[in-house]
Design a protein around this ligand. Structure first.
Ligand SMILES: [Zn+2]
Length: 216
């Protein structure tokens, strides 16, 4: 059960296809575990479809319609075939849409040391806008604000900050004005998927000095 969700405005932007790739990826990872947000996105899509329907319809020839239907059929069959062929392990802890780039297990990633109790893995396909953080039990992150927005989804474990406790599946949708200091809960490592659209703003001198080296 997830208790923290993306803002409705974030879900609307997702359904309109107007989110940056890194942010859209975190939303999609959350949708794969949250039926409540899937419902919201579906409703937003329905609104979009109704708006489209009010536009002047373009006429398609019967031939073009057949071509499009055949193409959709083929795409659906190819997707079903590849699902069967892939033989996906059912204990994978990686969100389905990230398995092509991350593999099936978070523990198998080449985590890069950042600070005591803190490791990160940057997803190169997204520049430095999408990363995974692995925080040791009980580790206190440096207090920071944001120059842009930050969308974080917990994949494993949990953390607590000024906004509450965030467990696997939960999303923190943070505006630029939010200042927070997450602390990983003590029972296990906390692994988060984090999209940022601008660098973080650290309060302490040491984190600020290290910032350029870690691309955060
Ligand atoms: Zn949700």
């Amino acid at each position: 059960m997830t208790t923290h969700h993306p803002d409705l405005s974030t879900l609307m932007s997702y359904s309109a296809g107007s989110l940056p790739d890194a942010v859209a990826t975190v939303v999609a990872a959350h949708l794969s575990v949250c039926s409540r947000c899937r419902q919201h996105v579906q409703e937003a899509e329905q609104v979009g479809i109704r708006l489209l329907e009010e536009l002047e319809p373009a006429t398609l020839s019967a031939h073009a319609k057949d071509d499009i239907l055949a193409l959709l059929d083929k795409t659906e069959r190819a997707a079903a075939d590849s699902r069967e062929e892939q033989n996906i392990p059912n204990d994978s802890d990686v969100p389905p849409l990230l398995r092509p780039v991350l593999g099936y297990y978070l523990d198998d990633l080449h985590w890069k040391y950042m600070a005591p109790g803190l490791k990160q893995f940057i997803l190169p396909a997204f520049g430095s806008n999408l990363r995974l953080l692995k925080i040791a039990p009980g580790t206190c992150m440096p207090s920071h604000g944001h120059t842009g927005s930050e969308l974080t989804m917990v994949l494993r474990g949990s953390y607590t900050d000024e906004l509450g406790r965030f467990c696997a599946g939960d999303v923190a949708d943070l505006d630029p004005d939010v200042q927070h200091q997450p602390v990983a809960d003590t029972d296990e490592h906390c692994i988060c998927l984090i999209a940022t659209d601008a660098p973080l703003r650290f309060n302490g001198l040491v984190p600020r000095l290290l910032q350029p080296f870690f691309q955060i």
